[in-house]
Design a binder for this molecule. Structure first.
Ligand code: HAM
Length: 419
């Protein structure tokens, strides 16, 4: 027989872990709603062209990581590797520029990248993201970072590091690109193979090369910072002043350029030391030209995406402990009592929002109690012939080792008292 397994790089999330995921997502919703964000749900597939245009032809994502396929009519479709492009497309498609600006949207869901699986890296992974469209001020950048900080604190994180940089506007970037290429071109032979290729396609990406040889060469290279236009410099300085004023700590990382082409001005990542090689928990930045590049109006934007799989991998214990759901009360039919009578009783409890399970496979009272104990059940309700006749229920508290007889009509109140 074939043994069926989940596809490489994908995985099943099972309970009780799914409870942790739900609680993290609920915390994100609550926090983001405090800032006026509302949820958007876009399709998991888009036309391939959307990602090629926005994320960029020469990026790793578009070049080698997309799940791209033809549908039955020969259209090229792609499973979304990220959602900023989808949100920008939806903004244009539904004319959201006619809404009150800025438009603040968040999303939660699976994304797909064909990468080599390892710890913290999956082919189907999950992002919790937020996008703010229609405000180009550094105040918007600051507010977004404050929201992110509030969310991570609500989960109990304290030790995360925010890396911050600016890639400037188009003008700053093209001036820097020219200077960088002029510097590296005569040293081309000393560059790694990847960086030699990037020198043609996407020189800025050479900055975050992992090769130590490349990094040595870059030590003397012109910097992005010295090519910023006055406007780009001012945007970044104002953002820093606001963050300093709010006491939000960050580290300037002059080589941070991010792996997607749509960024302008502010870019950031949040990293965790607990994660290992794949240490980026969050990535984000400003994208003031993206909406227009997709045929929409000139609308600036900024956003971030949190890698939910990684976030949960390093989630502080305290948060985890709080989300363990209560073990339901167990109702057992004793002796000759018809189990459907017990089912009726448990439906009553559920109607009062008291979690309850019926031991349908009950063979004997002893085996039911042993199973209940093993499952961590606290309260067992016993319904025997005597109780049935008298209109009562025996309430056994396994934690306290007590048993009391309670009238049926008082049962819900009594269980409520027990919590
Ligand atoms: P990104 O940096 O490509 O940015 O991805 C954001 C986060 O998603 C990463 O920091 C990481 O935690 C997680 N992630 C990415 N790939 C994987 C993977 N294969 N397995 C597990 N986790 C992964 C974006 O996607 C941008 N759309 C962020 C953004 C929003 N910029 C502006 N708005």
């Amino acid at each position: 027989m074939t043994r069926y397994r989940s596809v490489k790089g994908t995985r099943d999330l099972l309970p009780p872990e799914t409870g942790v995921w739900a609680a993290v997502e609920e915390t994100a919703r609550r926090t983001f709603e405090l800032y006026g964000y509302r949820e958007i749900r876009t399709p998991v597939m888009e036309t391939t062209e959307l990602f090629v245009r926005s994320v960029g032809e020469s990026t790793d994502i578009v070049g080698k990581e997309m799940y791209t396929f033809e549908d039955r009519k020969g259209r090229s479709l792609t499973l979304r590797p990220e959602s900023t492009a989808s949100v920008a497309r939806a903004y244009v498609e539904h004319g959201l520029q006619s809404w009150q600006q800025p438009v603040k949207l968040f999303y939660v869901g699976p994304h797909f990248r064909y990468e080599r699986p390892q710890r913290g890296r999956f082919r189907q992974f999950h992002q919790i993201g937020a996008e703010l469209l229609g405000d180009d001020s550094p105040l918007a950048d600051a507010e977004l970072l404050l929201m992110l900080d509030r969310f991570l604190r609500a989960l109990g994180f304290r030790e995360l590091e925010v890396l911050l940089n600016t890639v400037g506007d188009q003008e700053s970037r093209s001036a820097f690109r020219d200077a960088l290429v002029s510097y590296l071109e005569p040293r081309r032979k000393e560059l790694s193979e990847d960086s030699r290729r990037r020198l043609e396609t996407n020189p800025l990406r050479i900055l975050d090369s992992k090769s130590s040889g490349d990094q040595e060469l870059l030590a003397e290279a012109p910097s992005l910072e010295e090519h910023l236009t006055p406007a780009a410099r001012e945007h970044f300085e104002t953002l820093r002043e606001i963050l300093d004023g709010r006491g939000l700590a960050y580290r300037i990382e002059p080589r941070l350029v991010r792996g997607l082409d749509y960024y302008t001005h502010t870019v950031f990542e949040i990293v965790s030391r607990d994660l290992g090689a794949q240490d980026a928990l969050v990535g984000g930045g400003r994208y003031d030209d993206l909406v227009a590049s997709l045929g929409g109006p000139e609308v600036p934007g900024i956003g971030f995406a949190i890698g939910e799989d990684r976030l949960i991998d390093v989630l502080p214990e305290g948060f985890r402990d709080e989300v363990i759901p209560p073990v339901p009360t167990l109702a057992v039919a004793v002796g000759e009592v018809d189990p459907t009578v017990v089912m009726e009783l448990s439906e009553e409890l559920r109607g009062a929002e008291i979690p309850c399970e019926v031991d349908l496979s009950s063979r004997s009272l002893g085996s039911s109690l042993r199973r209940a104990d093993k499952a961590g059940v606290r309260i067992v309700l016993l319904l025997g012939e005597e109780e049935l006749e008298e209109g009562t229920v025996a309430v056994k508290d396994l934690e306290e080792g007590t048993q009391v007889t309670v009238r049926r009509e008082e049962l819900i109140g009594r269980l409520g008292e027990l919590g």
